[in-house]
Write a protein that binds this ligand. Structure first.
Ligand SMILES: [Zn+2]
Length: 238
C-alpha cells in the first residue's frame, strides 16, 4: 500500500461471509446506515498523522477474536467474535435493547483496543510497560473524549470484563493481558478520574476511598503523559 500524502485514512469494510450464521451479523452491520464504525475511525484518522492508509476488516475467520495484522496494516474483526458477543448478550441481558447496547459497546471497545495496538505499531509509538494495558488505556482515553456515546461504550466494556472475570475459573497470571477484573477497574477508575461527579457514587460502592483519591491524581498525570507521548503523532502537532 502506498504511503499516504496527507496522512492515512482508515477504511472500514465488511466482507461477505460464506456461512449462514455469519450472514445475519454481516447484514446488521452493512444495513447500519449511520455508519457509526466508519465515523469512529474517521475521528482517529483526523486526529493522528497515520503514515499510511489502514483497513478495518470485518470478516469470517473461524476464530472468536479480533487482532491487529501489522503486515497488512489492518485490524481484523471476526464475525465469529461479533456473533459470540451478541449470543452472550442475548443470554445474559434482560431485554433486547440492553443486549444490543452491551454487545455493541463490547465490540467497539475491542475495536478501539486493537486500534491502540495498530497505532502503536504503525506510528512506532515508544510504549514501555505492558502493551495490552497501554492499548486498553489508549481506547479508554479516546472514548472518554467522545461524549456520551464513548462513555456508553466504556460502560459496556466494564460490564463485559466484570462478567468474564466472574466466570473465570483459573486466574491467568501468565497472560499478556491484565486479569479481567483489573481491566474492569482500570477502565472504571479512568472514567471516574475524567468525570468524578458523574461516576463518583457508583465507583464508591466498589472501590475504597483512598484508591479513589489516588485515581483522581493519576488521571491528571496519565492525561498529561498520553498528550506528551502522542503530540508528535497528532495532526497539527510538532
Ligand atoms: Zn490487545
Amino acid at each position: 500500500m502506498a504511503a499516504a500524502q496527507n496522512g492515512g485514512r482508515i477504511k472500514v469494510s465488511f466482507i461477505e461471509p460464506k456461512s449462514e450464521i455469519s450472514r445475519a451479523v454481516h447484514q446488521a452491520f452493512v444495513s447500519d446506515k449511520s455508519n457509526g464504525i466508519q465515523a469512529l475511525m474517521d475521528v482517529i484518522s483526523q486526529s493522528f498523522k497515520l503514515p499510511r492508509n489502514m483497513d478495518v476488516v470485518f470478516a469470517e475467520t473461524g476464530k472468536v477474536n479480533a487482532w491487529y495484522d501489522p503486515e497488512h496494516h489492518a485490524v481484523i474483526m471476526a464475525y465469529d467474535f461479533v456473533e459470540f458477543m451478541i449470543k452472550d448478550a442475548v443470554a445474559n441481558k434482560g431485554n433486547e435493547k440492553e443486549a444490543i447496547e452491551y454487545a455493541t459497546g463490547a465490540i467497539l471497545f475491542t475495536l478501539m483496543h486493537e486500534m491502540g495496538h495498530a497505532l502503536i505499531g504503525e506510528m512506532d509509538v515508544p510504549v514501555v510497560g505492558r502493551e495490552e494495558d497501554a492499548a486498553d488505556e489508549f481506547a479508554t482515553m479516546i472514548l472518554l473524549d467522545c461524549g456520551p456515546q464513548g462513555h456508553q461504550i466504556l460502560g459496556s466494556a466494564a460490564d463485559w470484563f466484570y462478567a468474564m472475570g466472574r466466570n473465570q475459573k483459573e486466574l491467568a497470571f501468565w497472560d499478556e493481558h491484565s486479569l479481567d477484573q483489573q481491566r474492569l477497574y482500570n477502565i472504571l477508575l479512568l472514567m471516574y478520574g475524567h468525570s468524578p461527579n458523574t461516576y463518583g457514587s457508583i465507583v464508591s460502592t466498589i472501590v475504597p476511598k483512598n484508591r479513589m483519591a489516588k485515581a483522581l491524581y493519576e488521571y491528571k498525570i496519565k492525561e498529561h503523559r498520553w498528550d506528551k507521548l502522542l503530540t508528535p503523532y497528532v495532526r497539527g502537532g510538532h
